[in-house]
Design a protein around this ligand. Structure first.
Ligand code: GTP
Ligand code: SPV
Ligand code: MN
Length: 595
């Protein structure tokens, strides 16, 4: 029986049941015993594999369909009533047409299956900023993943009461047919429908679909922001904690930065770093006139390859228990998991992400097809298991933000770090962000594309209107965060990363905080303020000299001028809704570069 009397919800569940025609309907209560039963069932059907309970307690391995391993931007739609409200960076279809198409796919698609109803909350239940969603799905993997990534169950229904104010999410695996895969959003109806996929960002509807695409639309209307940002706290030796957020595109280092471990020198001096969030931030103006951030998620859906004891020990420890691994290598000797970059000790007797026997001797770093783990293989782990999780993680009101950091993956042009002149210019800096594409979405990898504020795949409305929203927010924040841009990925002539990155990024964060406190000077350049090379602390860094820093923060004006051409065409693509202020910013940038 349904554990709610909410008439709106009951009517909708009734409608969906009649459409999808499952054999059974199960409401997810959030109780451990129910989840445990589902884990057992998932293992009995082969959907999941229980891993070594001693080495990886509570951990499971899942393999998605091999044609279904990443977000599918080409099949993701914003079905606003008017096409122009989705804007040129989103796919659009008329809502009525899309509903007809999706209902025809969903019709009877759960015959012989169980339909699970997952009440979930994005944000701490009872936080004034939380948003409630109901995801209906025929996938046990989705249920168990949602139970990690969000707060689920009866407590959410209690918080919802009889209100109609929730996001409707329908997910049908159907036949996992890539040709009939649609990830569709209906912002005006607060509704999401996802069909023919079983992979992460396409099906965990609280994440990208609700907490970014639908939420960005709501934030635009209600005066707040939903951003693709990590949130981290930095505690100084005196015990003051300051928070920064960072917007980097998919697989460009948010999880790594959010869980950073300061280099030994700083640890010894008493510096600490806390993770509040690794992927999504909801930002609001607080009563104190500052910008406040909450992380609406409850866990991490993190990139596995490259995660190791050196690059991100906190992430590694987080996924040593209660974790679902997707598309990694299965080590049959120990019944544990492995991925490229975990260690130099690949398993000898193993199965790859496709489910085939995997011969580690054939593994060749340069040839992705020989990888045992998919490049976008991931771990789904509880935030509370993270050794550096912030004490403010469950805070109802979030944390105050001192700095916003944009960042991309650029082999050239973008310097290690620079600061914008002010909020308007900072918005411009975010709007011209560019980054090399990664395996997080299907399609070519390593191609530079414009990805404003790391939100190109996630803004649920017109990109020009989104820029205007940023400008308007700035006008309404009495004490706004300072805005910066970083690039950990500059390479030398041989293609090696110049900056050591990872934990050493702390050195750049300290420059950022010092700038927020007006403690140090900087060099004013055409693109913004860059550090005086001696202001980035390099003590104890092997192979990095003051000259390295000078090189890393140097601005190649010719390359930037060349880049402005691409920015102009990108603005042209977005069209007439690009705010006048940003057009002026671009004109001024060109003028400064020509000087
Ligand atoms: P999504 O979860 O897809 O939104 O991505 P994310 O931004 O959280 O990405 P994540 O932190 O998982 O970054 C993954 C990739 O970036 C891996 O290949 C890492 O090795 C690489 N990476 C992260 N930080 C650094 C760094 O400081 N330097 C270098 N060179 N690589 C880094
Ligand atoms: C991303 O691609 O930015 C992710 C992973 O965080 S997914 O949830 O699959 O979108
Ligand atoms: Mn992401």
């Amino acid at each position: 029986m349904a554990p709610t009397k909410n008439p709106h919800l009951l009517a909708w569940i009734d409608e969906v049941t009649k459409l999808t025609k499952p054999d059974e309907v199960m409401w997810i209560t959030g109780e451990e015993s129910q989840l445990e039963d589902l884990r057992k069932e998932g293992c009995s059907t082969g959907e999941m594999i229980k891993l070594n309970e001693e080495k990886l307690p509570g951990c499971y391995l899942h393999r998605s369909d091999r044609q279904d391993v990443a977000r599918v931007e080409g099949r993701t739609f914003i079905c606003s009533r008017k096409e122009e409200d989705a804007g040129p960076t989103n796919n659009w279809m008329d809502p009525k047409e899309m509903y007809d198409l999706l209902y025809s796919i969903a019709d009877g698609s759960m015959k012989g299956r169980t339909m699970y109803v997952i009440p979930f909350s994005m944000g701490t239940v009872d936080s004034p900023f939380a948003k409630i969603g109901i995801e209906v799905t025929d996938s046990i993997y989705v249920v168990l993943s949602m139970a990690i990534m969000t707060r689920v169950g009866n407590k959410v229904l209690e918080a919802l009461g009889d209100s109609p104010d929730y996001t409707k999410g329908l997910h049908c695996k159907d036949k996992l047919d890539p040709e009939k895969r649609y990830i569709s959003h209906f912002p005006e109806d607060n509704t999401i429908i996802s069909v023919n996929s079983g992979y992460g960002g396409n099906v965990l509807l609280g994440k990208k679909c609700l907490a970014l695409r639908i939420a960005s639309h709501l934030g635009h209307q209600e005066g707040w922001m939903a951003e693709h940002m990590l949130i981290l706290g930095i505690e100084d030796p005196e015990g003051n904690v300051r928070y920064v957020t960072g917007a980097f595109p998919s697989a460009c280092g948010k999880t790594n930065l959010a869980m950073l471990i300061p280099p030994e020198k700083y640890r010894k001096a008493g510096w600490k770093v806390y993770c509040v969030g690794d992927d999504i931030a909801w930002l609001r103006i607080g009563e104190d006139g500052r910008l406040w951030a909450v992380n609406p998620e409850n866990g991490f859906f993190g990139v596995a390859p490259g995660t190791n004891e050196k690059s991100n020990p906190n992430a590694l420890h987080t996924c040593m228990r209660d974790t679902i691994f997707t598309n990694v290598v299965h080590d049959l000797d120990t019944n544990t998991v492995w991925w490229e970059g975990l260690n130099n000790n690949p398993p000898k007797h193993a199965v790859d992400w496709k489910g085939n026997p995997w011969d580690y001797r054939k593994y060749n770093k340069a040839d992705k097809s020989t990888c045992g783990a998919h490049p976008n293989s991931r771990f789904t782990a509880l935030a509370k298991n993270c050794p550096c999780v912030s004490p403010e993680f469950d805070s109802l009101t979030g944390v105050p933000v001192s700095a916003i950091i944009f960042g991309g993956r650029r082999a050239r042009t973008a310097p290690l770090v620079y600061q914008s002149f002010n909020w308007e210019h900072g918005t411009f800096v975010g709007s011209i962000m560019a980054s090399e594409t990664t395996a997080a979405a299907t399609g070519a990898v390593g191609v530079v594309r414009r990805d404003p504020m790391a939100m190109r795949p996630f803004a649920g409305y017109d990109m020009g209107d989104y820029f205007s929203h940023w400008l308007n927010m700035g006008k309404n924040i009495p004490n706004p965060p300072k805005i910066f841009h970083v690039n950990w990925f500059r390479t030398d002539d041989k293609g090696n990363f110049i900056w050591p990155g990872y934990g050493e990024n702390m050195r750049v964060l300290l420059w950022i905080l010092a700038r927020c406190d007006n403690k140090i000077g900087a060099v004013r350049t055409a693109i913004g303020y860059v550090p005086n090379p001696e202001d980035i602390d390099i003590t104890g860094l092997d192979g990095v000299t003051e000259d390295t820093i000078r090189d890393l923060v140097s601005i190649d004006k010719a390359a930037w001028l060349e880049d402005t051409k691409d920015i102009s065409s990108f603005y042209k693509l977005i069209g007439s809704r690009v705010p006048e202020e940003l057009r002026r910013q671009l004109k001024n940038l060109k003028a400064r570069l020509k000087r």
